[in-house]
Design a protein around this ligand. Structure first.
Ligand SMILES: [Zn+2]
Length: 101
């Protein structure tokens, strides 16, 4: 199974990430710190508004820039294995807004 990483350091190219969300409504997204942090890996559903709707805090869009990046997959176990390989620990928590997956 494929895990796709969206890392957009300068904040100018969110479109591929937003396209993935729209093309994978049953997909999963894990929000990670750009600097690997075993204590931070929050699991969301692709449909969660908190990872796709611009707010004042995201300053008009960047979801995969600044301090955060997103790893996306349709298979939860593949996503789990990918983040363990990246930062030595699995999901730190499930998003409270979109609920347990
Ligand atoms: Zn969520």
């Amino acid at each position: 199974m494929t895990v796709t990483l969206f890392d957009n350091p300068d904040g100018t190219d969110e479109a591929p990430y937003l396209r993935w969300l729209s093309e994978h409504p049953g997909g999963l997204v894990v929000n990670l710190r750009r600097r690997p942090d075993p204590a931070y890996a929050v699991l969301h559903r692709a449909t969660c508004w908190t990872i796709s709707r611009p707010t004042l805090r995201t300053e008009g869009g960047p979801f995969t820039s600044r301090a955060y990046i997103k790893a996306c997959a349709t298979d939860k176990s593949a996503l789990q294995a990918w983040i363990v390989a990246r930062q030595g620990a699995g999901f730190s928590k499930r998003c409270a807004v979109c609920g347990p997956v």
